[in-house]
Design a protein around this ligand. Structure first.
Ligand SMILES: NC(=O)c1ccc[n+]([C@@H]2O[C@H](COP(=O)([O-])OP(=O)(O)OC[C@H]3O[C@@H](n4cnc5c(N)ncnc54)[C@H](O)[C@@H]3O)[C@@H](O)[C@H]2O)c1
Length: 370
């Protein structure tokens, strides 16, 4: 399979994403080419990642002084405490601005490591090597770094674009099916908000992606998905307006994840899939989305066995808690919930086009149990 390079352009920085199968071995030469000043590299990685992935990366970095931190990839590590420990270690080991942090893992590791890279000495070099489908199609692009607060998820962070991203499809071989479905949720989101043709293509091919991990289908969907996200962030890097459409389904999702205490019983991608379905039903009930589109999307969910029914996941007495966490979403304004809705397959509503009162939001949730 041919390797592909794609440039993400933002106001603050342009950077390449390299896509391919078995391309980890290129890491060293890509650092030499893109970041010739690097001497020290800190790899922050996931304890649960198959060792062979880390070994391949280390093998390609022979010329560099390497420090490795292996962490347990759970939401709790996206914290000031862990970020501070990592930053202190970098300082103790005399990392300077020309040196580099590599995140090797999923979105949790990427969010945390990029945050650390952005605050240490006001910015070290940063490379993201995402190893989950979700991080390859979504979290590794766009420069949002994040840690969690007691008040909610991803409420602390910076915008910090990576120097490059290396997406190696072969790392997905060991990914549990549940995580493949989570990543698929973000691919589907990109198609729904921006590209009907891609949605129709996914309707034919998604089974091959999730169940068989067909590398051609995977590569096409990852690149297509990254292109959609890159186009959006290049016009609105700091999420002042258009970028908020990437939040489609996420306000509900934050409510769901918070209610489950950010536990693995409902992970981020599953919460987003269910959240998108809620936003789709809401759009239909507000007469914004036509019935035929609702039916096509529901068919897609059923065919792939995606989470569609809130009643199977939450008891009715959790509604207040869901509303409590959804209200904390960063995109809300003037006490209203800023829901991104769907106008048709391939087109989302504009940010702030449909501010929803908390009462209406709650009433919609209550009506799911009728
Ligand atoms: N910054 C952004 O723009 C952005 C966007 C979307 C999501 N996020 C964040 O991303 C996080 C979710 O990311 P995620 O779903 O990648 O979660 P994750 O990092 O927890 O990875 C999911 C699971 O897969 C395992 N894993 C990772 N790579 C593997 C591999 N190759 N083989 C086998 N197992 C592997 C991990 O150990 C973990 O158990 C959340 O914290 C979310 O807030 C950030």
């Amino acid at each position: 399979m041919k390797n592909t390079k794609f440039i993400v352009k933002t106001k603050s920085k342009s950077y390449p994403i390299y896509f391919g199968n078995e391309i980890l071995y290129l890491s060293g030469s890509l650092i030499k080419k893109n970041l010739p000043g690097v001497k020290k590299i800190c790899i922050i990685t996931d304890k649960k990642l198959p060792n062979v992935i880390l070994k391949k990366l280390i093998k390609s970095l022979k010329k560099y002084e390497i420090k490795i931190f292996k962490l347990n990839s759970i939401e709790r590590i996206k914290s000031f405490k862990v970020a501070n420990n990592l930053a202190e270690n970098l300082l103790k080991n005399n990392f300077d601005r020309s040196d580099c942090v590599i995140a090797l893992g999923g979105g949790i590791l990427g969010d945390l490591s990029s945050f650390v890279a952005s605050i240490t000495k006001r910015g070290l070099k940063f490379i993201n090597i995402p190893t989950t489908l979700l991080s390859q199609v979504d979290s590794s692009i766009g420069g949002k770094t994040a840690i969690n607060s007691n008040q909610g998820k991803n409420l602390l962070g910076t915008f910090y674009q990576p120097d490059f991203v290396l997406s190696d499809i072969s790392t997905l071989k060991s990914l549990p099916k549940r995580e493949m479905i989570c990543g698929y949720g973000e691919i589907l989101k990109h198609a729904l908000i921006a590209d009907k043709k891609f949605f129709l293509w996914l309707s034919k091919n998604a089974k091959w992606l999730i169940n068989h991990r067909d590398s051609k289908i995977l590569k096409y969907s990852i690149i297509q998905s990254c292109k959609i996200k890159a186009k959006i962030i290049s016009s609105d890097e700091k999420e002042k307006n258009l970028r908020m459409i990437l939040n489609f389904g996420h306000t509900f999702a934050h409510g769901f994840e918070g209610t489950k205490n950010f536990s693995k019983s409902l992970n981020h991608g599953e919460a987003v899939l269910l959240g998108m379905m809620m936003a789709i039903q809401f759009s239909f009930e507000k007469k914004i989305l036509p019935l035929k589109d609702l039916i096509s999307i529901a068919k897609h969910y059923h065919a792939l066995n995606l989470p569609i029914n809130i009643k199977k996941i939450f008891k009715k007495n959790k509604i207040n808690k869901i509303v409590y966490f959804a209200k904390k979403d960063k995109k809300n304004l003037n006490g209203k919930i800023n829901l991104i809705l769907l106008k048709k397959i391939g087109r989302a509503s504009k940010p702030n086009e449909f501010p929803i009162s908390v009462g209406e939001f709650k009433k919609f949730l209550v009506s799911r149990w009728k």
